[in-house]
Every structure is written in structure tokens, then in C-alpha cells.
Write a protein of this length. Structure first.
Length: 449
């Protein structure tokens, strides 16, 4: 615990939805929901306008549509969000060498380590300057919490939402926490909260009064002791600049169960390529390839294969994942597939013999699968494959310029033509295969118009 509030927690406000509203003038001030739009999709982020209808993160998309039927429902654009996140993290890096990202839109910063704050006044100045810089750089707002510990700084940023700053003076933690629900403490989710409620503990002060021994009896040694310390307002966790990644993985849940074995293999290969992209972006390689399969009955299988040395070769990862798939029974259908790489290293061992051996072992299977995949997906000459346009994604038209997809179906796609700095734009409809309409690039939120 620190004597000055020099730990800062930044949380961008409704990040994905706010980025979409900033990019799409016609959506500003309106309810926006970002997430998976299929029957099994969930809400990733809801704008504050959508939250007034009861929509929140992790809610099934079907329920969100019932609560807010007139909201704009968009597919996430993670590359776009990541580019904004990089701008924000760069600003945090100017404040201190100790920045601990928790996600694309959230991070802790040790202001003391950056020598930009050593008391309440200087910490507040640094926090307010950060908020101004984020708005000027990204066009988005973030909420800032300042305190003497990570736990309290995060609570403060939550109180600051949206677009605010809250500073909690060290020494006032117990007074602040006492009347709050036990759910405010890290690690207390619905199940633990209900367990504590049945034991007569609903507020943080109830936990402090119960004592460590009682919490250990209820929750076990590690969790009980940790919760008692937090109930006292005590948290001495440092801001950690880098976290060692243990694995890199990607997965997809499908709207309709997959039954076609060729289609399943094609999806696994696509996931392997995406996984290697993330692996390389993080500057790692890995030795163990992991395949995850969730079947029609919700049973989940994982299979893994460890290579002779670490690799970031997409061919090696793809072929290893394919071999793992061969050992899995997909009869009945598959609802989720995932590919991961663990046993990470920050270098690649060029074990060409091992890689060649892996390729040779899978070559015949891969060749057959590739040939079958072409036969399975190649359309007949008079049946061209229909292009897919995801709601919210960027497009560009040869005549009308930049726009975004409002929706598509029955061979048509509706596009609103507008840019971040423009007035709300006009809507036009085209055939899905209109040669003048192509996927576009995300435009910067600041510096145009």
C-alpha cells in the first residue's frame, strides 16, 4: 500500500461501441451493441444508450435484441480496436515505464515509477492530462481511477465512469469499502457472492467483521485469506510491465453445427493460420500445438502434440492441428473449434528436420483434404459464390466512396456512406456481387473532416 495515490487505472468507456459510434456519425447518441450476431452470439460491448435498456457485456445476443430491438447490432472489428488501443498504450508509456495492460481498453500505470507524481495533486494533474491526450489522439473518452493500490484504483475508475476521474486518498480504503457489496472485491463472482450471502455476509464490512478464520473455513486457505486482506483495504500487488504469455490461441463458435468433415478441416486450418498470426505478432514461437473441439452435446475435447522445437511456421502448426483433428470423432456435429500454441519461447528453433518430418507425415492427408475441399466449395459455373458482408464492417464504392455495411440478405447489401468527420450519410442498396463495392479499410477517428 502506498502513502500517495500514484497507481492509475485507465478504463476506456464502452470501448468497442464507442469506437463504432465515433467512426459512424449516424450512430452517435444511439444504442449500439457489438458482438456475435448469430444465434449463439454474445454481447462484447454495449454503448451507454443500449445499457439503459438493460443490455450488458456477456449477455446472449438474442436477449439483447429483445431488450433493445431498435439498437444497431454490429460485428466486432478487432484490428480497428487494436489500432486505437496501441495509441492509448503509447500515451500510457509516456507516463511511466511500468504499464500493465489488462486488455485492449484497460491498464494499470505506476506514476511513481515514471516520476510524474508523488502526491495527490501531481497524480490528479497526470490523470487529467492523460484523459485530455486520449481524447485528442483517439477521439474517445476514458475513465481514470487513482489510489494507493491496484484494487482501489480499479474501483475508483469504475466510479468515474463515464468520462471522469476519481481519486481515493490512501488511508480511506476501509471507510470506502465497508458499506459496499462483497461483489466489488476482485475474485468475488456470482457463485462466491451467493455462498457468502448464505453465510450472512453481503457487505465488505461483514467480511472484515467475520475474521480471517471464518473466511478460510468458508472459502479455503488461499481464497479466504486473500479476501480478508482485501476487505481490510489491503492490496500490495505491484504494477507489472510485462506478463509472460503461457499460450496463444484462437477459437470460433459456429451458428450452425458443422457436420461436413472437409469443412471442419478447412476451419481448423484457417484457425491455425490466425493463431500463427497472433503468435508472430507477440514475438513468440511455441512447441505444443493444441486443438479444442466442442461437440454437438457440449462435450469438449482437447488434443495436443509437442514438436521437437518451437516454431512459428504456419505450415507446421496447420499440419499438426490437422493430425490432431484426425484423432477426434466429430460424428454428430461440431459447435466450436479452437487452435492454440503453448510452451512459448521468444525465439524460433529452426529444426528443419522436425518440420520436414511433420510435413511428410501429413502430406498425403492434407493433399486429399485440399482436393476434397475444392470439390466441396467450388461453385458451379452458373452458381457464383455470394460474397458475405458483415454488419458494421468497412466498404468502399467506386462512386460513393467510404461507407459501412448496415445489413445484407437475399442478394442485397445496404451501405451507409459516411466517415468519422462527416455528417450522417445517405443509405444505398446494391447487389452483393456489385463489382464497384469492395471491402474497405478502417478510417482514423481523428485528423479527418
Amino acid at each position: 500500500m502506498r502513502a500517495a495515490p500514484t497507481i492509475l487505472h485507465l478504463d476506456m468507456d464502452a470501448f468497442f461501441a464507442a469506437a463504432e459510434q465515433a467512426a459512424k456519425p449516424s450512430l452517435r447518441g444511439k444504442p449500439v451493441v457489438v458482438g456475435g450476431l448469430g444465434p449463439r452470439g454474445v454481447v462484447a460491448t454495449a454503448s451507454y444508450e443500449a445499457r439503459r435498456f438493460g443490455v450488458h457485456s456477456a449477455m446472449p445476443m438474442g436477449q439483447a435484441r429483445r431488450l433493445a430491438p431498435n439498437a444497431a447490432y454490429l460485428v466486432p472489428r478487432f484490428a480497428f480496436y487494436r489500432s486505437i488501443s496501441e495509441q492509448v498504450m503509447e500515451l500510457l508509456g509516456r507516463l511511466s515505464p511500468l504499464v500493465e495492460p489488462l486488455s485492449l481498453d484497460e491498464a494499470f500505470v505506476d506514476l511513481e515509477a515514471g516520476k510524474v507524481a508523488d502526491d495527490s495533486a501531481s497524480a490528479r494533474v497526470a490523470g487529467e492530462r492523460l484523459r485530455v491526450d486520449i481524447l485528442a489522439t483517439t477521439g474517445l473518452t476514458g475513465s481514470v481511477g487513482l489510489a494507493g493500490s491496484k484494487m482501489i484504483a480499479k474501483i475508483a475508475s469504475e466510479e468515474a465512469k463515464p468520462d471522469g476521474l476519481v481519486l481515493i486518498e490512501p488511508g480511506t480504503e476501509r471507510e470506502l469499502l465497508g458499506p459496499r457489496s462483497v461483489r466489488i472485491l476482485p475474485g468475488v463472482g456470482p457463485a462466491t457472492g451467493e455462498h457468502l450471502r448464505r453465510a450472512g455476509m453481503t457487505t465488505v464490512s461483514d467480511l472484515a467483521e467475520a475474521g480471517e478464520d471464518e473466511l478460510v473455513r468458508l472459502l479455503g486457505r488461499a481464497h479466504g485469506a486473500s479476501l480478508y486482506r482485501m476487505a481490510q483495504g489491503y492490496d500490495d500487488r505491484p504494477v507489472v510491465a510485462e506478463r509472460d504469455a503461457k499460450s496463444v490461441s484462437v477459437e470460433d463458435t459456429f451458428d450452425v453445427d458443422l457436420h461436413d468433415r472437409v469443412r471442419i478441416r478447412t476451419e481448423v486450418e484457417r484457425l491455425a493460420e490466425r493463431c500463427v498470426g497472433r503468435l508472430r505478432a507477440s514475438g513468440h514461437s511455441g512447441r505444443t500445438i493444441v486443438l479444442k473441439v466442442r461437440r454437438y452435446d457440449f462435450s469438449t475435447l482437447t488434443r495436443s502434440e509437442t514438436l521437437r522445437g518451437p516454431t512459428d511456421d504456419p505450415g507446421v502448426v496447420r499440419e499438426a492441428a490437422g493430425r490432431l483433428l484426425d484423432a477426434v470423432d466429430t460424428t454428430g456435429g461440431v459447435r466450436l473449434l479452437g487452435v492454440g500454441v503453448s510452451g512459448l519461447a521468444d525465439y524460433t528453433q529452426e529444426d528443419l528436420f522436425a518440420q520436414a518430418e511433420a510435413r511428410d507425415a501429413a502430406a498425403s492427408v492434407a493433399d486429399v483434404a485440399a482436393a476434397e475441399a475444392v470439390d466441396a466449395v467450388e461453385p458451379a459455373a452458373d452458381e457464383p459464390m455470394e460474397r458475405h458482408w458483415a454488419p458494421g464492417h468497412d466498404v468502399r464504392h467506386a462512386v460513393y466512396g467510404a461507407g459501412w455495411v448496415q445489413g445484407s440478405g437475399v442478394g442485397r447489401v445496404t451501405v451507409r456512406f459516411e466517415e468519422p468527420g462527416s455528417e450522417p450519410g445517405r443509405v444505398r442498396t446494391f447487389a452483393v456481387d456489385d463489382p464497384d463495392l469492395v471491402p474497405g479499410e478502417a478510417l482514423p477517428l481523428v485528423g479527418r473532416g
